[in-house]
Design a protein around this ligand. Structure first.
Ligand code: AGP
Length: 615
């Protein structure tokens, strides 16, 4: 998500804005920019890359802008338009006397952009945000006597979507207008100066007194005070809050670690992944990034999915989904193996690469191998404009937001939802009926609420973690759609707690691993009510008869499992193809709590990197 800062007061603005942007770097970003206002002079400096690079660029400018005691700054996490200098914020109108920064998504920006282009407005970027500055400019051209807040209010009446917005202009240099709908904005109250930001991180070192804007509110911030109104221009009285938490806490939204924050973000992320794509009213999915290639994808003789680590586990679920719903043969390959084994891949094949970071060296190499062999290559990435995203022919972004914790959590569930939607898009009109697709989409749309219910079991899961934090080895067993979840649960545990763990198809246990079972071996079964449930019960009996300690993830209402397992985590019912989105959450939390109880560095585990850009 993007970061916003603003300042108006008596100090030189640029150093404060740059430091504020550095406080927001934890949010993840790909470009940054500033707009500085010194009386009638408005200057914008922006570029792809880090805030430190921007700082270097700003140094040259400072000599001429030391009088600038008002300004706004932005770090961009790309959603529309690749990371680039021209897509960085702030965006300006043609006259160069208005600058805006924006956090959020303007859902009707295409329509607004077409309108403005037809009226002769020129767009310098591919972003949705740029429509905002031209809307304000258009209104101000029609009503020059209007003040900036009225022009902004009027512009926002045309906008559907989410925004946290700052507007400054050399036409009215003694104010900053801010507005919020869906993307947080905080105003810090100093002595003759005011600070604006997406959260309190850039503010807390200057003042503890803050005002949080609510959705639908607009504020005018001057050196001597601020006023808040609704978008409908009704005065709002705001309570001043005294900040009482540290910078560290703010970045993690009050959670102990980024990983826990990201686990708890999953219901919201699930909504974000589906937003604009799951069309319940039409009973279909719309996947813009591959729409032009959908027919080719449907004609694939075979689909090969390449990925690494957690993304490879998502790929395994994708194999089951696509084969079940679209009846297209699917193979899943470790990218590191695919790239070296001279695979038999050609023009009739589709290769899908999955990568959260979009920079994993093995996955990138697999992509290039597939392209060299003539396959259509599609990507599923989380980082907009990443190398893998740029080198695929088509693809989709998971919109999971920046994932800071090295152990992937929200990106995994986002990938699985993407694969679910892809499988349904590939199936349309061939293997399952329109009504069946509508039913499946309805169930998918209910998943975020069910995920939220599971997160409420965190206390119980922490209690179970306390019983097993000293285990030396753990076995994870699942069948069908939950076999890859067993692998993912094992990976989560080993990579952050350093306990050895293995995931297996439950039926495989008797082909060797059962020799490991004894009273010191916790075995975690994913035993939800699906077509393989009774088989799983038999596997549990086999473990119990060898004194293994059984923990089960089971469906609410299951009356059987309680007598077989030492601990049961009951989760909401869901059909087989959907369950991975739910069964993985208790395993994420279990790994997290065991690791923290063992004093491990959960966000930055030893030996690991967030993106493995080397072979
Ligand atoms: C997952 O928890 C690990 N951090 C790791 O396995 C990761 O999934 C793998 O390195 C692939 O990364 P990518 O999705 O960014 O390509």
């Amino acid at each position: 998500m993007c970061g916003i800062v603003g300042y108006i007061g008596w100090q030189e603005a640029s150093p404060l804005l740059l430091k504020g942007l550095k406080r927001l770097e934890y949010r993840g970003y790909d470009s940054a920019g500033l707009a500085l206002l010194d009386g009638s002079k408005l200057v914008v400096i922006k570029q792809k890359g880090s805030v430190s690079n921007l700082e270097q660029e700003t140094l040259a400018l400072r000599a001429t802008m030391q009088g600038a005691t008002a300004g706004i700054g932005h770090t961009r996490w790309a959603t529309h338009g690749d990371p680039s200098d021209r897509n960085a914020h702030p965006h300006m109108n043609a006259a160069g006397d208005i600058a805006i920064i924006h956090n959020g998504i303007i859902e009707n920006y295409s329509l607004l952009k077409r309108e403005l282009l037809a009226e002769g407005y020129l767009f310098l970027s591919d972003t949705d945000s740029e429509v905002l500055v031209h809307l304000i400019d258009r209104i101000w051209k029609r009503e020059p006597a209007m003040d900036m807040e009225s022009a902004t209010r009027s512009a926002l009446r045309h906008v559907d979507g989410a925004y946290g917005l700052c507007v400054i202009s050399s036409r009215e240099p003694d104010k900053i207008v801010v507005a919020r709908m869906g993307s947080p904005l905080v105003i810090g109250i100093g002595e003759g100066e005011f600070f604006i930001a997406s959260d309190a991180a850039p503010i807390v070192e200057h003042t503890k007194k803050v005002v949080y804007l609510a959705d639908g509110e607009l504020a005018v911030v001057r050196r001597d005070g601020y006023t808040v109104t609704s978008i409908e221009n009704v005065r709002q009285e705001k309570v001043v809050t005294e900040l009482d938490f540290s910078l560290e806490k703010i970045e993690k939204d009050g959670f102990e670690h980024f990983m826990l924050k990201e686990i708890f973000q999953q219901p919201a992320v699930m909504h974000d992944v589906m937003r604009g794509r799951v069309r319940l009213d039409e009973g279909r999915v719309r996947l813009g990034g591959i729409e032009d290639y959908l027919d080719q994808l449907k004609q694939a003789k075979r689909i090969v999915i390449c990925a690494c680590g957690t993304s490879w586990h998502a790929a395994l679920i994708g194999e089951y989904l696509i084969e079940e719903f679209a009846r297209i043969p699917v193979e899943v390959d470790y990218a590191s193996e695919f790239r070296y084994r001279n695979p038999i891949v050609g023009a009739e094949d589709v290769v899908i690469v999955i990568s959260q970071s979009g920079e994993t060296a093995d996955t990138l190499a697999a992509l290039r191998t597939a392209k060299e062999k003539g396959a259509l290559v599609m990507g599923i990435c989380n980082v907009v404009g990443s190398t893998i995203a740029r080198e695929t022919l088509c693809g989709m972004y998971t919109h999971a937001g920046p994932e800071i914790g090295v152990a992937s959590t929200k990106a995994f569930t986002a990938q699985v939802i993407m694969l679910y939607m892809l499988a349904l898009a590939l199936s349309k009109g061939r293997t399952i009926s329109h009504d069946e697709i509508a039913l499946l989409l309805k169930e998918l749309s209910e998943i975020p609420e069910k995920a939220a219910q599971i997160l409420e079991l965190d206390g119980q899961i922490k209690f179970i973690a306390e019983q097993f934090k000293d285990a030396k080895n753990v076995l994870y067993l699942g069948r069908g759609y939950n076999f890859p979840v067993a692998l993912e649960g094992a990976l989560k545990l080993k990579e952050i707690s350093y306990i050895h763990a293995e995931g297996y198809p439950a039926a495989e246990m008797k082909h060797g691993p059962i020799a490991l079972i004894d009273e010191d071996m916790p075995v975690i079964f994913i035993a939800t009510r699906d077509s393989t449930y009774t088989k799983i019960l038999s596997n549990i009996e086999e473990v119990r008869s060898r004194k293994g300690r059984v923990i089960a993830i089971a469906s609410e209402g299951d009356k059987e499992i309680g007598r077989l397992a030492e601990h049961v985590i009951y989760i909401p019912q869901a059909s087989g193809p959907i369950t991975p989105l739910l069964t993985v959450i208790p395993l994420q939390l279990l790994a997290y709590h065991i690791a923290t109880l063992r004093g491990c560095n959960v966000d930055r585990p030893r030996n690991l990197a967030k993106s493995v850009t080397v072979e």
